[in-house]
Design a protein around this ligand. Structure first.
Ligand code: PLP
Length: 365
């Protein structure tokens, strides 16, 4: 029997008393290496912490449980997980990328992975017909975020998976914004899920980490080989911090969402706001009447912090055009709507009235 997701955030698949001393909070195995009894006999299965570590293994099993994955690897950042995914392909492979992606992914593709010789094509994966027309016999993967960052476009994971699988391509979903609490891409047909665990999963703006979840053994074996060889795996202390954050994922996500819904209604009723973009979870993007007004709000907020990142207990306001998307070409940004009038708010779990009051005083300053 599997527990409900809020229970699995705390207990994983129920590894009670797994640690030798029956600790309630799983220990931080702060060790680089593990002793062997005799040659060829290693009863714990742990050799060296780049490859595997008990604290990391506990975290990885917990994330696999939440994402319905066959296997999960914890990385030193979301980008380390994503960079490992892109090592899977060969020169000449046709890879379709969503057209509104985390800026770091665009930087990875345009400035680092170019030498790998992939045929990259950007398509709006929300438009299933456009996607259908872009799929070719050599298409190996479709990679996207849903909702997108920062414009909150939604893609039908099940529909994309069907198209992709008919063509023999993999489906890769960045599930950072929704988290497994609101969305399970693998259950809808995705083959690979990536996360910036820095955001909601850790949830306290204190840890940088990432996850790569695989739906099957073939993918998992390849990614295990890649991660143990290139070595960007997550250290034991960060694993523990993420495990600690995960315990409250369910109640945090409920609160992020209800707070965001309250802020959304407030923003929609302000004449200074042109448009509000919201797709669930705790993230809201909104465009204001002018770039000057956007800058004034950023400079006037007191409780909310002007900072990059998202998904933590503290509310953060971001200016995507210069903070998260500086490496996306200007014409692409304009086409997407990432202008100098666009702000992105990660609604924290403070009292919603305090968040709204802070925005009000910043608007009216
Ligand atoms: C932050 C983020 C990333 C990158 O993760 P890091 O942990 O910062 O390396 C990738 N995708 C999305 C959607 C993100 O928000």
């Amino acid at each position: 029997m599997s527990y409900e997701i809020d229970t699995r955030c705390i207990h994983g698949e129920g590894h009670k008393n797994r640690d030798a001393n029956c600790s309630i909070s799983y220990p931080i195995y702060q060790t680089a290496s593990f002793s062997h009894l005799t040659p060829g006999h290693n009863p714990t299965g742990f050799d060296y912490s780049r490859e595997s570590n008990p604290t990391r293994a506990y975290l990885e099993e917990t994330i696999s449980s939440l994402e319905h994955a066959y296997d999960t690897i914890a990385f030193a950042s979301g980008m380390a997980a994503i960079a490992t995914v892109f090592e899977y392909f060969k020169p000449g492979d046709h890879i379709i990328l969503g057209d509104d992606l985390y800026g770091g992914v665009v930087r990875l593709i345009t400035q680092i992975s170019e030498k790998n010789g992939y045929n990259i094509e950007y398509v709006s994966t929300s438009d299933i017909n456009a996607l259908k027309n872009s799929i070719r016999p050599d298409t190996r993967a479709i990679y996207f975020e849903t909702p997108t960052n920062p414009m909150m476009h939604i893609t039908d994971i099940g529909a994309v998976s069907k198209l992709a699988h008919d063509a023999g391509a993999l489906v890769i979903v960045d599930n950072t914004f929704m988290t497994p609490y609101f969305q399970n891409p693998i259950s809808e047909g995705a083959d690979i899920v990536v996360h910036s665990g820095t955001k909601y999963l850790s949830g306290h703006n204190d840890t940088v980490c990432g996850f790569l979840c695989s739906a099957d053994k073939i993918l998992a074996d390849r990614f295990r080989l890649l991660s143990k060889t290139t070595g960007a795996t997550l250290g034991p202390f960060e694993c523990w911090l993420c495990l600690r954050g995960l315990k409250t994922l369910a109640i945090r996500m409920d609160r992020h969402k209800s707070n965001a819904e309250a802020v959304k209604v407030w923003l929609e009723n302000r004449e200074e706001v042109e448009k509000v973009y919201y797709a669930g979870s705790g993230m809201i993007s909104f465009s204001v009447k002018s770039a000057e007004f956007a800058v004034k709000v950023l400079e006037s907020i007191k409780l909310i912090t002007f900072a990059e990142s998202l998904g933590g207990t503290e509310s953060l306001l971001t200016y995507p055009t210069i903070q998260t998307h500086p490496d996306v070409p200007t014409d692409v940004k304009e086409k997407l709507g990432i202008t100098d009038k666009l702000l992105r708010l990660s609604v924290g779990i403070e009292n919603p009235a305090d968040i709204i009051e802070d925005l009000r005083q910043a608007f009216e300053n």
